[in-house]
Design a protein around this ligand. Structure first.
Ligand code: NAD
Length: 363
């Protein structure tokens, strides 16, 4: 069973929960906007399902409210940014803004971000750069979150280490390739464990090397509305794409983790932190003649014109499913499994949100 809530109402409810939890109103609003943006783009794994975990992390001091980042190294084209364990929805846009501003001056920039709270859907940051007309590439790791078995192994060695590329298109939605280097993001296991979309066959692997799609492989035992703790399970998520995806995950760990100073994923590091290396490129500097947008448009048409593998199928380009889902959910609301909604309402109560406000959200 699901409940369906209009995006604006959901954003406002999440904002009020985090304002009640001790964040500023502005930060609560940002958290609401970015979490709901993930739901709108169809990535429920990085949407409001995260509210209980974010609130617990705030309560336990794992993530800190209203942080202004430190710029540790600052050259005309490079910034090394420390997020100081602030909410990802607060410190990441600051780091991305630095990258955009440097790129606008120099045509190119590289920015690392370390010690960021969960930065959510990485595509949001590529979209922020694309809105400024920039191409961007992002290598991300999630130190403290060892979840993924490397190709050929069964033990957890990588985080779900996402990789993302954004390409702006004048007057159109950007092309955004944005995925975890695991077969599924951990949040998708979380969603499946709460009665949402089931996992693909073999997304997980047991300690005996047997493929699995049962969330218990990752979380061990749990009760429906209770927390999911991936330290309780004995299995792992599998890296996607055999040796190639596993190799990309490895490089995300080295670039998003080691090079940023976040540290490659380490089971001994208890505190969760995302690290990210981002490159920004201004196509207007590389290509003043304007060949790029014309050729991108031509190539998108060429790719999409391929004959379909299956009757009734179609060829989509990166970012297209998210754009479609956003239009659909903005019109019709965001569907949430009952368990997810119950856990959010429970979180609202636990942070002391006014009961009338909670009732208003549940109408
Ligand atoms: P996914 O498997 O759904 O893949 C999404 C990507 O594939 C998008 O670029 C989408 O446009 C493209 N795509 C999907 N279907 C397509 C089709 N039929 N044709 C062409 N392109 C298609 O994504 P995922 O691996 O489940 O990741 C989900 C989200 O989780 C991402 O936004 C990622 O940034 C986020 N994530 C974040 C963290 C973190 O630590 N912050 C960790 C892991 C993942």
């Amino acid at each position: 069973m699901t409940v369906t809530i209009k995006a604006k109402a959901l954003e406002a409810f999440v904002a009020d929960i985090f304002a009640s939890a001790g964040c500023s109103k502005e930060e609560g609003t940002r958290i609401g906007r970015y979490l709901v943006s993930a739901n709108l783009s169809g990535h429920d794994s990085h949407g409001v399902v995260r509210v209980p975990r974010y609130a617990t992390n705030k309560k336990n001091g794992i993530v800190l409210p209203d942080v202004t980042v430190d710029v540790v190294i600052d050259t005309p084209v490079i910034a090394v940014v420390d997020g100081k364990h602030g909410f990802g929805q607060t410190v990441t846009p600051q780091a991305v803004r630095i990258g955009i501003d440097k790129c606008k001056v120099n045509g190119l920039s590289a920015v690392t971000l370390r010690n960021a709270g969960h930065i959510g859907r990485v595509g949001d940051w590529a979209e922020m750069a694309a809105a400024a007309g920039l191409v961007s590439i992002h290598f991300v790791n999630a130190s403290g979150s060892v979840l993924v078995a490397p190709h050929g192994g069964v033990q957890r060695r990588f985080s779900t280490a996402p990789y993302c590329i954004g390409v702006p298109r004048p007057g159109q939605d950007p092309l955004v390739l944005d995925f975890a280097t695991s077969i599924v993001a951990e949040g998708k296991v979380l969603v499946a464990s709460q009665g949402g979309k089931k996992l693909p066959d073999g997304a997980l692997i047991g300690p005996d090397g047997k493929p699995s799609s049962d969330p218990h492989t990752l979380y061990g035992d749990y009760v429906p509305a209770g927390p999911r703790d991936y330290s309780k399970g004995t299995g792992a998520i599998r890296a996607f794409g055999e040796h190639k995806g596993s190799g990309l995950a490895f490089m995300c760990e080295l670039l998003g983790g080691s090079l940023s100073g976040n540290g490659a994923t380490d089971p001994k590091r208890g505190r969760f932190a995302n690290g990210m290396l981002s490159f920004y490129v201004d196509p207007k500097v590389i290509d003043p003649a304007g060949f790029f947008p014309v050729d991108v448009a031509k190539y998108v048409d060429f790719v999409k014109s391929s004959a379909h593998a299956a009757a009734g199928g179609e060829v989509l380009v990166p970012g297209e499913p998210e754009v479609r889902m956003r239009a659909e959910r903005l019109a019709n609301g965001v569907p949430l499994p009952d368990d997810t909604w119950a856990a959010i309402v429970e979180t609202a109560r636990s942070v002391g949100l006014d009961e009338r406000r909670i009732q208003q959200a549940t109408l």
